[in-house]
Design a protein around this ligand. Structure first.
Ligand code: AMP
Ligand code: MG
Length: 419
């Protein structure tokens, strides 16, 4: 199974004259240019957890495969019940149990002992719960009132054989695995896992095990981005740190292109003297610095490096995290063959007040309260990495000016919706 063709080198080019790109425009551009770049593999369903279906999964058999009992009780033909209030049916010898069907036909006007999950025998169309009957001298006694078909699950009432159970692009979670196995699907075609490299840039960066002077900071972005990629089901590739040096940046990009399908970098992506990532991308590839009208933001540096899409995120951890979720997540999903996923926001009453200016979208670190309202982190300063750990999602305020008052509905997207 061959790999799909590469993306075009100019796929990140925005229309000329674009200065501040609205978030929706940037997302629409990514959406129309990102598509699946990985091949497919076949795996036993039990080994496909977290993978993306490469083709529709079709039910091999119905669920349930034949009509079966939903309760422990007694089965009979409904039409044979009398108009009297009390019913009295003789019981046949034998029983029907899960995995041990009753072979014969139940004579009209008689009943059989039947247990949950047992195939409904011929001559039976309704089952009464054992709690609602009395059995005396081989006879079943109960009061009228049972509906035709009661407590029987019809063949295929959940899914019929030949139906598409899950569409191509579906991520297989535990529930999907359970469904496929129930439908007799033993093996699935899934997408090869997208390999996504993570690279940090900056002379100031130190590793957790190292001592750091006051002018140095710890490389928080790399483990954070690797963690996001792992949570999202991609194969995260740790490419370490490069210093603020063009030759080193170039070598790191070459190295990444050898083993990765896409790359997330952080830092060095603006247009300053020490922004070597954007400098190298501009010199050796087609760099597209997207100035997106978003806070927190800074430009996103996008380029194709030897056929590998590079998402140059801002160095600031809050901006790196935010842009990773909003722009890189759906783009990587599309590259992985998941299609373009739009995280589902929902509206909650604000437990805060805010006067917002026009001209850019604002993404606030937010958290749900027990009363169902949503509060935002006390400081909007984008250096406040503690706000990321405090929050469980974003409140997104629209591009236009707005005044948020206590109790107004605002759009909240939990971090888990980006999965
Ligand atoms: P830059 O985009 O390189 O100008 O970086 C912007 C800010 O983010 C600077 O304060 C950097 O020190 C900081 N920064 C850059 N990379 C990282 C990183 N990997 N972890 C934590 N902070 C970073
Ligand atoms: Mg830097």
């Amino acid at each position: 199974m061959g790999n799909p063709p590469r993306l075009k080198d100019d796929c990140f080019a925005l229309p000329e004259g674009t200065v501040w790109t609205p978030v929706e425009t940037a997302l629409a551009h990514l959406r129309s240019h990102m598509r699946c770049v990985v091949g497919e593999e076949r795996h036993p369903v039990s080994e496909a957890l977290g993978r993306i279906l490469a083709a529709d999964a079709v039910a091999k058999r119905a669920n349930p495969p034949t009509a079966n009992a939903a309760v422990d009780g007694y089965g009979f033909a409904h039409a044979a019940l009398s108009q009297n209030n009390m019913q009295l049916l003789p019981l046949v010898d034998g029983r029907a149990a899960a995995g041990a069907p009753f072979a014969g036909k139940i004579p009209y006007g008689q009943a059989i002992r039947i247990l949950t999950g047992a195939s409904v025998p011929k001559g039976v169309d309704s089952v009464i719960m054992q709690e609602d009957v009395q059995v005396k001298d081989g006879q079943l006694h109960f009061e009228t009132g049972l509906k035709l078909g009661a407590n029987c699950r019809a063949k295929g009432e959940d899914v019929n054989a030949g139906e598409i159970a899950l569409a191509a692009g579906t991520r297989l979670g535990p529930q999907e695995i359970g469904l496929l196995v129930a439908l007799g699907v033993a093996e699935v075609s899934v997408r090869s896992r997208l390999k996504v490299g993570v690279l940090s840039t900056g002379d100031e960066l130190r590793q957790p095990s190292e001592a750091a002077s006051d002018h140095q900071i710890y490389d928080a972005n790399r483990p954070m981005l690797l963690g996001l990629l792992n949570d999202w089901g991609f194969e995260a590739v740790d490419l370490g740190v490069v210093p603020d040096d063009r030759a080193a940046v170039e070598a790191a990009l070459d190295q990444a292109a050898k083993g990765c399908d896409a790359l997330l970098t952080s830092g060095g992506a603006s247009a300053g003297d020490e922004d070597h990532m954007s400098a190298v991308l501009a010199e050796k590839a087609q760099l597209h610095l997207w100035r997106i009208a978003i806070k927190p933001g800074r430009p996103l540096a996008l380029a194709m490096w030897q056929g590998m899409p590079v998402f140059g995120l801002p160095g600031n951890p809050v901006a790196a995290f935010t842009t990773a979720l909003i722009f890189a997540r759906p783009a990587l999903g599309a590259l992985q063959g998941q299609g373009w996923q739009v995280p589902q926001a929902f509206h909650l009453p604000a437990a805060f007040e805010k006067q917002k200016k026009a001209g850019r979208r604002e993404i606030l670190r937010a958290r749900r309260k027990a009363d169902g309202s949503v509060e935002v982190f006390a400081s909007e300063g984008s250096g406040r990495i503690s706000g990321l750990a405090w929050a469980d999602g974003f409140v997104e305020l629209p591009d236009e000016a707005m005044q948020v008052k206590q109790g107004d509905l605002v759009a909240f997207t939990p971090f888990s919706a980006f999965h």
